[in-house]
Design a protein around this ligand. Structure first.
Ligand code: HAH
Length: 331
């Protein structure tokens, strides 16, 4: 029998939380859709380092608090994003006057940031991205070049998790990355986490960003990635899901609406992805979409600036797409 279910959160209540990335603006505009369909929120930008601590010791939580207030008012949970990253982090973090900061100063700042931010945001948070995207996409190096790495050294990743655990022992601590299902990067992520765990570093889960497309990655690669990360004994979360209608190297800009073929293919992909998530739901705690609808999402500006994309489950008028129908009606 096919279940015809109305909302994402109801359709998946026996499997995992269904979340969405938001901003104060999208909550204003699309709040009705968001509170009806989802039961977890992530701040797309406003909890990132440059937003919450633009100057040393000056913490600005107004925008982020609007999101937390919305979550509380609508009985939703939250995942925090993100504490340590190489992007959207202010320059001052890495400076001491005109010089580069020392290892000790950078570590102090990392710890202070976590103490203040993780204590400000407690209820209703169930997880935090402690560290985002530290693995190198190419080459033999495990870690990418970044000011955090060059100032502190390779143990900055471990230190981040240790500080996070000290700041809040009750929230799940996550490592989050993209291209997480590509075999070479998957193996690097696995190796880094395994090594941290062998050293006793506190970590609870792996965030699979899931910025996926119509062709790539293959279901086999996603399956293999889920199994490999789960073999560490960690919980998994799908943290930033979208299904772009363009392959990554397709730079065309002429489309003003998605083609019927694209929408059918996208629906098939979403259907297959959520079947996989149900199959592995004992390991998956939440699935977060990286926007509520095609009205706005980050892929309108990435990787081609100003090119519209249609990667979400609801259309530009916040109406359910075929992709949504397949996700909520499953056998
Ligand atoms: C993510 N990076 C970030 O985690 C998130 O904070 C941001 O809002 C959007 C996407 C993804 C990414 C990628 O897929 C490819 C290259 C660089 C970054």
């Amino acid at each position: 029998m096919t279940k015809q279910l109305l909302t994402l959160k109801d359709a998946y209540k026996d499997y995992f939380k269904v979340g969405v990335a938001v901003s104060p603006e999208t909550l204003e505009r699309d709040g009705e859709l968001i509170s009806k369909q989802f039961n977890s929120l992530t701040a797309e930008n406003v909890m990132k380092p440059e937003e919450v601590q633009p100057e040393e010791g000056v913490f600005t939580f107004e925008k982020a608090d609007k999101i937390v207030d919305f979550a509380k008012a609508n009985d939703m949970t939250m995942r925090g994003h993100t504490l340590v990253w190489h992007n959207q982090t202010p320059e001052w973090v890495f400076k001491d006057g005109d010089k580069s900061a020392s290892r000790d100063l950078a570590l102090d700042r990392m710890k202070k940031h976590m103490d203040v931010v993780m204590n400000h945001f407690k209820t209703p948070f169930y997880a935090w991205d402690v560290i985002n995207e530290v693995i190198a996409d190419e080459g033999n190096d495990l870690l990418r070049e970044s000011p955090w790495r060059s100032i502190i050294g390779d143990d900055y990743v471990q230190k981040a998790f240790e500080f996070a655990r000290q700041a809040n022992p009750d929230v799940a601590l996550y490592y989050n990355d993209y291209n997480e299902s590509h075999p070479a990067k998957r193996d690097k992520i696995f190796t880094m986490i395994k090594d941290m765990m062998d050293k006793g570093t506190p970590i609870d889960g792996v965030g699979l960003q899931a910025h996926w497309g119509l062709e790539d990655p293959s279901l086999d690669n996603i399956k293999a990635a889920i199994e490999k990360y789960a073999s560490l004994g960690l919980t998994l979360q799908i943290t930033e899901m979208d299904v772009s209608v363009f392959n990554f190297d397709d730079k065309r800009t002429d489309l003003t609406a998605p083609t019927a073929e694209m929408m059918e293919k996208q629906a098939e992909r979403y259907d297959a992805f959520f079947s996989l998530f149900r199959e592995y739901s004992e390991h998956i705690d939440s699935v977060t979409l990286w926007a509520a609808s095609d009205r706005y999402n980050w892929l309108d500006d990435f990787p081609v600036r100003g090119r519209k994309n249609w990667p979400m489950l609801f259309d530009v008028n916040n109406q359910p797409k075929e992709s949504f129908n397949r996700v909520v009606s499953y056998k």
